[in-house]
Design a protein around this ligand. Sequence first.
Ligand code: SF4
Length: 307
Amino acid sequence: MEINKKRYRDLDSYFKRKFNKKIIKIPLDGGFTCPNRDGKISKLGCIYCSENGAGDFTKYDDLDKQIDFQINRLKKENRKEGYMAYFQNFTSTYGNIQKMKKLFYGAINNPNIMGLSIATRADCLSDEVIALLDDLNKKTFLVVELGLQSVNEKSIEFINRGYSHKEFDQDLLKLKEKNIKTLAHIIIGLPNEDIDDFLNDISYINKRKFWGIKVHNLYIEKGSRIFDYYLKNQNDFTMTLDQYVDYVILILENLDPNIIIQRLTGDGRRDKIVWPIWSKNKARVLSTIDKKLKDEDKKQGDLWKEK
Ligand code: SF4
C-alpha cells in the first residue's frame, strides 16, 4: 500500500518518499513545435492533437515568469512543497539545441525547481539531444515522457503518429543506454483496439522497463481531427466508464509493480470534450478505480511475472 493508500505505485507517493514533500509538476511551454505538425513529417499532426500540442496554455514567454506564474497558481499555503518543471507542449527536443540548453538549464537553475520532465517523441532524439539529456540526467532528477500510445502499427497509422513502433523501440534504446528515466503515454479506447491490444502495450512497457506510465482514456475534443472522425463513426465510440475501469484494473494487475503510475485518466479540456462525457469527471473515474480495486482486493502487479 502506498503513502496515499493507493493499490498502485502512484507518483505522488513516490515523490513524497523520495523528496520528503509534496512535489507539483508545473506545466511549461518552451515554444517548441512538432515535426508532425510543421511539415517535416506531416502538417496534420496526431489525430487527437490540440492547438496547444497536448499541453496546457501558459501565458508568459519568459521562463522564470512562467515558473512563478504556475507555482502561484498551483501552490497551497502551509504545505511543504517542491516543484518539477514539465515541458509539456509539442515536442520539447525538436529544433534548436541552444534554445533547449537555455530552457532546460534555465529551469534547473531556478531555485524552486527540483527536477525536469520533458515530453517528446522518440524520433526526436538526435545525438546532441541525447548528450544534453545525459548531462541533465547527471545534474538533476530527469524523466523523458514519450507518446507510445499503442504498440499496434495499424493504430499508430490511424492516429498518424508519423513513425512506426519499430522505430520507437530503436530510438528508446538511446535513452535506456544512458540510464535516463522514461515514461510511456498510452491511450485506451482507440477504434479497433481491445483488451488484447492494451495488454500488448503493457507487456512492452514491462519488457522495456519503463520508469513510469500515463494511461489516458481516449476522449474527443471539439476542434481536433478525431472529432470529425467521431461525427462520421459514432458507433466506434462505445466505451463506458465501467468498461474503462475494468481495462485499467487489468492493466494494473499486469503491470510490473516497480513502474510508477502518473495518470489513469484522460486529461482533456472539460469545455471541449464531447465524448465520453464521464471522462469530464476525473475524480469520479479515479475513485471508481480505487473502489473496485479495494472491493475486489486487487493491486498493481498481481498478474505480472518477471520474464
Ligand atoms: S507528437 Fe504531440 S505535438 Fe506532435 S502532433 Fe502528435 S500530439 Fe501533437
